[in-house]
Unconditional design. Structure first.
Length: 173
């Protein structure tokens, strides 16, 4: 039997005391308590259609390092030891950016690995998070493959973005 893992590691840096306090309060909410869970889901902006997608919280590891003053090394490190849920991490980042840094964009990648060599058990995904949306490149590879196979333009709509893959005329890929 093989074990599958989803791993990622990134940080939100240069935290202020206010940002750190908000994160502490949010991360202290008890997921198993119905009232606190509702508050957590509301703060995270979990779409109603996605509520069942959060089975565990946070489903990743974290370390909040904050000194008394606002230092550049004040940070929240989000990571996995063995496996975790990158979408839950993206929800936290989206809520944080919406609350404190609406103009910023955070990008991180997740690796999908397996303890034994197996066909199609490894891969990855990149998340691009803003205060408004969470974008993932999970479907972009298929769009590129279709454009190469057909030699025609293919479009993909993703949370307010149109991703267009267009082969250059006269170029064989």
């Amino acid at each position: 039997m093989a074990d599958n893992y989803t791993q990622f590691s990134f940080e939100i840096d240069k935290l202020t005391q206010e940002e750190a306090s908000w994160l502490r309060n949010l991360l202290a909410l008890e997921f198993e308590d119905d009232e606190q869970r509702k508050k957590l889901e509301k703060t995270l902006g979990v779409p109603k259609v996605m509520k069942s997608a959060i089975e565990y919280w946070p489903d990743f590891s974290l370390r909040l390092s904050v000194a008394e003053d606002n230092r550049p090394e004040n940070a929240l490190w989000l990571y996995t030891q063995d496996s975790g849920n990158p979408y839950n991490a993206a929800l936290l980042v989206r809520a944080f950016l919406a609350e404190f840094r609406p103009g910023e964009v955070k990008q991180f990648s997740a690796a999908y690995t397996c303890s034994k060599p197996r066909l199609d058990e490894c891969g990855g995904e990149t998340y691009v998070v803003t205060g408004q949306n969470i974008y993932s490149d999970a479907c972009v590879a298929n769009t590129i493959a279709k454009a190469i196979e057909t030699g025609r333009e293919h479009k993909m709509a993703l949370a307010g973005l149109d991703i267009i893959v267009r082969p250059k005329k006269g170029k064989r890929l």
